[in-house]
Design a protein around this ligand. Structure first.
Ligand code: NAP
Ligand code: ZN
Ligand code: ZN
Length: 347
């Protein structure tokens, strides 16, 4: 079995360390990708630290992966050796159920196979992108358009699609008032994408510290949630709010910012429940919804949309030995706006 260098968590409480992991032999429809960059998503931190439930260790996380195809199985048609390829949050699904057939592999009736920490078809636990190589079914590998710099493309594979899919589903566009709550990895992509789609965009951050950045990224307005006046000024304003916050917040306060028939979509995934008073919903026919990543075709559409509109992630490239420090900075909301690991530093 091919071996890859990797950085993995030995347990929920220890820092990530350098190690090696096994990749499967190339199957007929598999591609081997030499990974160049891997983004650090807050979900990586929730997962390795056991926020969402127990994991099997050692675990290499990472689901914002870009690299070069270096080998293809005999039945591969979608990719060729030398192609720029990306892998996001899933590496498998049943491919037969109604959701898979509609291109919603992320909502597969049998459950998608996550890029890390999931049980693969062969019974092994999947290992993610903080590693030098990965073998994946060609269907789950995306084409990275030439116009997007590699390191800035990596975060599109999770942060980009996680924001694009709900913006698209709830028709963000001209004449729509869209708010993005939390200006982190997901939030900064949400601002860029909602702006490019033509919506009027408001950021609601904890403070005004990143206001200048928010406006540069494409926001029309910027408010601090720490200021109680924000919730009075913005009451009833938005058609769509996308909440990216990784912690528990007062959802009722944000539902109050929705217009009649407005929707608050939660993409942030704190481990705790987010209680809702039904009166926040029923008096104005508001909706509280959720969304996770996007299908493979939709992810390709998002990558092509980004290339066409000159959109990519604002990244801080780090070496592998800075991963643990980067985790602490993400937890402190001190990221502008995505850490991306230069995988060459794992060799
Ligand atoms: P991130 O870069 O850490 O951004 C989260 C932002 O939330 C922070 O920058 C901060 O924004 C705000 N925030 C953090 N703690 C807060 C608190 N206690 N109160 C209020 N605001 C707070 O994380 P990310 O990578 O964007 O991920 C965000 C969340 O989405 C995570 O829970 C992650 O697991 C989840 N996620 C879900 C999906 C999906 O498919 N649904 C995909 C990817 C990630 P400000 O500094 O602007 O206040
Ligand atoms: Zn993610
Ligand atoms: Zn399925």
């Amino acid at each position: 079995m091919p071996t890859a260098n990797a950085w993995a968590a030995p347990s929920a409480t220890e820092p990530l360390v350098k190690t090696t992991i096994e990749r499967r032999e190339l199957g007929p429809r598999d591609v081997l990708i030499e990974i160049k960059y891997a983004g650090i998503c807050h979900s990586d931190i929730h997962t390795v630290r056991g926020d969402w439930g127990p994991q099997q260790y050692p675990l290499a996380v990472g689901h914002e992966i870009v690299g070069i195809v270096t080998e293809v199985g005999p039945e591969v048609t979608k990719h060729a050796v030398g192609d720029r390829a990306g892998i996001g949050c899933m590496v498998g699904s049943c491919r037969e159920c109604d959701q898979c057939l509609q291109g919603n592999e992320q909502y597969c009736r049998k459950g998608m196979v996550g890029t890390y920490g999931a049980v693969d078809a062969d019974g092994t636990i999947t290992q993610g992108g903080y590693s030098t190589h990965i073998v994946v079914d060609e269907h789950f590998a995306l084409r990275i358009p030439e116009g997007i710099p590699f390191e800035a493309a990596a975060p599109l594979l999770c942060a980009g699609i996680t924001m694009y899919s709900p913006l698209h589903h709830w028709n963000a566009g001209p004449g729509m008032q869209v708010a993005v709550v939390g200006l982190g990895g997901l939030g900064h992509m949400g601002v860029k994408l909602a702006h490019a789609l033509g919506a009027e965009v408001t950021v609601i951050s904890q403070s005004l510290k990143k206001q200048e950045d928010g406006l540069r990224l494409g926001a029309d307005h910027y408010y601090a949630s720490a200021d109680p006046a924000t919730f009075e000024t913005l009451a009833g304003r938005f058609d769509l709010i996308v909440n990216t916050v990784s912690a528990k917040i007062d959802i009722d306060a944000y539902l109050g910012l929705l217009n009649v028939d407005g929707t608050l979509v939660n993409v942030g995934a704190p481990p705790e429940p987010l209680p809702v008073a039904v009166f926040s919903l029923i008096m104005q026919r508001r909706s509280f919804a959720g969304s996770t990543i996007g299908g493979i075709a939709e992810t390709q559409e998002m990558l092509d949309f980004c290339a066409e509109h000159g959109i990519a992630s604002d990244v801080e490239v780090i070496s592998a030995d800075q991963i643990n420090e980067a985790y602490e900075r993400v937890l402190a909301s001190d990221v502008r706006y995505r850490f991306v690991i230069d995988v060459a530093t794992m060799k």
